[in-house]
Design a binder for this molecule. Structure first.
Ligand code: ZN
Length: 319
């Protein structure tokens, strides 16, 4: 991508010190060629001083083909892109890195039509790319749960309306949101019943401690018939009693709902969790947004085709 002013963006006379994002120029300088991109993926995934899994030697490698490396110790072949967000891609990696910049910087989210026009690729390729990047963001978010075992978590079940879908029966959705220290996590739940909220909170925050909620309906959902453990304490005045704490769930919902209803009008029920993950990824980095892009390209987890989807949402397959 020839977008290089020839000097760091911080020396530009248009540089805005208050701007907390990653600029196009920074990305273009750092990832000016596809080689730089794949080298970054290779380094990120394998550069730790871990011994080679094949022979126990120290990992050093040399480039073999455009997507493969050979380990110097034993000659084992490594394909750093396999299984990751880039799996089987025929598009230049620079386009992917560029698309990810938009996912990092855009407040309203990125839709496939935008990528199609902006990258000059087919709608089909753009749709696939956006889908893979959202899966990637979701996988990254799951790597760091919002709370460690035993910690208190706030929960709320929200009912979303106007989720566009071809099948009118799925035009609304229940979402379980959890929050701690300003970070949120969310999951689409099938039906708002006790069983679905228990299951969802256990996958979202494994081993969580006490639950509390400001929502009466949520408290009802969590207060089962006294038999199962997770119960949410109903604290309606929590944010009045704790004026220094921010209602992150409320903040996230207003951050998510407006773009959903204006920019992403045709989100199907079965894709909703992915859009939520995309917005969650950005929202949880709102206080250090300059890091968002580097977080996106800071790890490349293996995405499995079905395992990406939280189990309790796998109810419809209408896309
Ligand atoms: Zn080896």
């Amino acid at each position: 991508m020839p977008f290089n002013l020839g000097y760091p963006s911080s020396q530009s006379r248009f540089f805005r010190p208050g701007y907390h994002g990653t600029s196009l120029q920074e990305v273009a300088m750092r990832f000016s060629t596809d080689d730089a991109c794949i080298e970054h993926v290779m380094q990120t995934r394998f550069a730790q001083e871990l011994p080679c899994e094949e022979c126990g030697g120290v990992r050093r490698w040399s480039r073999r083909t455009s997507t493969q490396y050979a380990l110097r110790c034993c000659g084992a072949v490594v394909s750093p892109l396999a299984g990751t967000v880039f799996h089987h891609t025929k598009l230049p990696l620079r386009l992917w890195f560029y698309a990810m910049l938009h996912f990092a910087n855009s407040h309203a989210g990125v839709n496939s039509g935008f990528l199609e026009r902006h990258l000059g690729i087919s709608y089909r390729a753009a749709f696939h790319m956006a889908h893979r990047i959202r899966l990637h963001l979701a996988a990254l978010e799951r790597m760091t749960p919002i709370a460690t075992p035993g910690q208190t978590v706030e929960v709320r079940v929200e009912n979303l309306y106007r989720i566009r879908s071809d099948t009118s029966g799925h035009n609304r959705a229940n979402v379980l949101l959890a929050a701690r220290n300003g970070r949120v996590a969310c999951q689409v739940i099938g039906v708002s019943r006790h069983r679905s909220v228990y299951k969802a909170i256990a996958t979202m925050v494994p081993g969580h401690g006490d639950l509390h909620t400001t929502c009466y309906r949520t408290a009802r959902l969590f207060s089962d018939y006294g038999s199962r453990l997770p119960q949410a304490t109903y604290l309606p005045t929590y944010y009045i009693d704790h004026p220094n704490e921010i209602d992150a769930i409320k903040g996230f919902m207003s951050y998510f709902l407006w773009p959903l209803q204006t920019h992403h009008k045709y989100v199907s029920h079965s894709y909703l969790w992915l859009y939520l993950s995309e917005f969650q990824f950005r929202y949880n980095r709102r206080n250090h947004s300059a890091q968002t892009y580097w977080d996106i390209i800071g790890a490349f987890p293996i995405l499995t085709s079905q395992g990406d989807m939280p189990v309790s949402t796998a109810t419809t397959k209408d896309h």
